[in-house]
Design a protein around this ligand. Structure first.
Ligand SMILES: *[C@@H]1O[C@H](CO)[C@@H](O)[C@H](O)[C@H]1NC(C)=O
Ligand SMILES: *[C@@H]1O[C@H](CO)[C@@H](O)[C@H](O)[C@H]1NC(C)=O
Ligand SMILES: *[C@@H]1O[C@H](CO)[C@@H](O)[C@H](O)[C@H]1NC(C)=O
Ligand SMILES: *[C@@H]1O[C@H](CO)[C@@H](O)[C@H](O)[C@H]1NC(C)=O
Ligand SMILES: *[C@@H]1O[C@H](CO)[C@@H](O)[C@H](O)[C@H]1NC(C)=O
Ligand SMILES: *[C@@H]1O[C@H](CO)[C@@H](O)[C@H](O)[C@H]1NC(C)=O
Ligand SMILES: *[C@@H]1O[C@H](CO)[C@@H](O)[C@H](O)[C@H]1NC(C)=O
Ligand SMILES: *[C@@H]1O[C@H](CO)[C@@H](O)[C@H](O)[C@H]1NC(C)=O
Ligand SMILES: CC(=O)N[C@H]1CO[C@H](CO)[C@@H](O)[C@@H]1O
Ligand SMILES: CC(=O)N[C@H]1CO[C@H](CO)[C@@H](O)[C@@H]1O
Length: 406
């Protein structure tokens, strides 16, 4: 996010009123307390991500809100220098220096350093005006690409494929993956179906060793560039979309599902056959009128800054949803520009899909819940949730059981 000065004669950029909010710990020898600094600017600008910075002198003007007091610091003739990942802005007034390193900001105020890890981005209107804002989009935290890609799972970019299933899993869920491979995962052997797992990274070296062995045996695991955790589930979905877009863009449909699901692949393939020509659509179990939880103690807490409205757009629930191939690329791109939410289904199939006008359609066969496992239920549904290791085999048997009259 750098800014190229087209007009070299323009030596002064007005790095105007700036929006940025950071919680900081300002430690003094006497005490230690929480300060709240906010750079305020109400206007927003279109962003240009291919900006380049040169060493320039800028005029800075911002508001510093500290606890309950607010005061303005007009700072003039500061300098901006940039190298590779670093952008630093230093000023002569208080705060004396603002240092941005790899998306984190560090302010020097009264000779004490204050650091915040909030991602920031510089938005530039034109060659002489820029604003610095807190970047809360997924793009600020998402690192593109994959460390392991298994492109062979999708020959010719999926040209002859009807369905690619990406199963989101966690590094430690080895048993769950084994159960899937030994049951419904067998359908991945068809030339028109591909089944892969996706994981993030782990610092557990022992587990990593096991994963490498597992990969050697099965070669069906994609690895994204994020720490595998609950908070990063949305990154896993974005990473799945990126993988499909990069390595399997011609496959007709993408099913995103989890490793505690039983997928009735034949039933899903019939569904796909019947909806072969549909575009711009996500099929699944539709959740309507869900409200954000505003209780800070909840695991599902959503702040007003993250999502203002009272009701989420309709979304398809996370355990399993099916995307037509044309939506994958645009969903991926739009997701990166959206304020990050860890609720992956709400974020992806709700907020982002709604914003770019992708239809979400309820299909009752996507059960996405625990049901009683009688053969008819199993044969009629496309996706069953909360399936334990042993149950995969039981369900698999019931699916194959041709005798039951349903
Ligand atoms: C910017 O300033 C730094 C430090 O003064 C200097 O090392 C660097 O070469 C300058 N960059 C440009 C493009 O002039
Ligand atoms: C601001 O002042 C109000 C009332 O005096 C007080 O309740 C509140 O806690 C203060 N906020 C901060 C961040 O100090
Ligand atoms: C960024 O700046 C820091 C501190 O000035 C310096 O140590 C580091 O080498 C710089 N990184 C790059 C990539 O230039
Ligand atoms: C910035 O990020 C790059 C790439 O992720 C890393 O190599 C570098 O060490 C980081 N620099 C600092 C100062 O953290
Ligand atoms: C920095 O020092 C000035 C003058 O002593 C003071 O008014 C200001 O509150 C101090 N800033 C912080 C963040 O402590
Ligand atoms: C503030 O940070 C800079 C860069 O990391 C360092 O050189 C300086 O010593 C720090 N100042 C204080 C007072 O900690
Ligand atoms: C650049 O943008 C700012 C803010 O929108 C505007 O006030 C200014 O006139 C613009 N300058 C030029 C040269 O277009
Ligand atoms: C992922 O989640 C962990 C823990 O919840 C967090 O520390 C990390 O910063 C997150 N983001 C990425 C990109 O790994
Ligand atoms: C609150 C504030 O200072 N907003 C300013 C942000 O920048 C624009 C563009 O110059 C100004 O017009 C606003 O007044
Ligand atoms: C002041 C300003 O430019 N506001 C714009 C912020 O962005 C939204 C959505 O892109 C625009 O609709 C506003 O006009």
């Amino acid at each position: 996010m750098f800014f190229y000065l087209r007009n070299r004669s323009v030596r002064i950029i007005i790095l105007g009123f700036v929006i940025l909010s950071i919680y900081m710990y300002y430690r003094t020898t006497v005490d230690s307390y929480n300060n709240f600094i906010e750079f305020v600017n109400t206007s927003n600008f279109s962003s240009n991500r291919e900006l380049q910075f040169d060493n320039v002198t800028v005029e800075l003007s911002f508001m510093l809100l500290q606890k309950n007091t607010s005061f303005e610091h007009p700072v003039t003739k500061s300098s901006i220098s940039h190298n590779a990942n670093n952008l630093s802005i230093s000023t002569s007034a208080s705060p004396q220096s603002i240092l941005l390193i790899n998306n984190s900001i560090s302010l020097q105020v009264n000779n004490s350093n204050i650091t915040s890890a909030l991602p920031l981005k510089l938005l530039v209107t034109n060659s002489s005006f820029a604003t610095l804002i807190h970047d809360d989009t997924a793009r600020a935290i998402y690192q593109g690409g994959h460390d392991v890609t298994v492109p062979e799972k999708c020959p010719m970019n999926g040209k002859n494929m009807n369905l690619v299933i990406v199963v989101t899993s966690a590094p430690s869920h080895i048993e769950a993956r084994t159960a899937i491979r030994q049951t419904w995962g067998h359908f991945g052997q068809r030339t028109d179906v591909s089944i892969v797992f996706i994981l993030g990274t782990t610092n557990d070296h022992k587990l990593e060793k096991l994963l490498q062995y597992e990969q050697k045996l099965y070669a069906d695991i994609i690895r994204g560039r994020f720490i595998d955790s609950y908070n990063n589930l949305t990154l896993k979905t974005i990473s799945s979309l990126e993988w499909k877009d990069t390595f399997c863009s011609d496959a007709k449909f993408l099913l995103k599902t989890d490793d505690d699901m039983f997928i009735n692949v034949p039933r899903l393939l019939s569904f796909i056959k019947a909806h072969d020509t549909e575009t711009n659509v996500i099929y699944g179990r539709l959740a309507k009128n869900w409200k954000p939880i505003r209780n800070k103690k909840s695991k599902y807490y959503i702040s007003l800054e993250q999502f203002k409205q009272k009701v989420f757009p309709d979304f398809t629930t996370g355990p399993a949803y099916l995307l037509s191939k044309d939506v994958v690329h645009k969903l991926y791109e739009a997701a990166l520009d959206q304020t990050y939410l860890k609720l992956e289904d709400v974020f992806t199939t709700g907020i982002v899909a709604h914003k770019i006008g992708i239809k979400r359609i309820h299909v009752s066969e996507f059960l996405n819940k625990k049901i009683s496992y009688n053969p008819c239920n199993v044969q009629r549904g496309i996706s069953l949730h909360m399936v334990k290791y042993g149950e995969q085999f039981d369900l698999w048997k019931k699916l194959l059981d041709g005798k039951s009259k349903c």
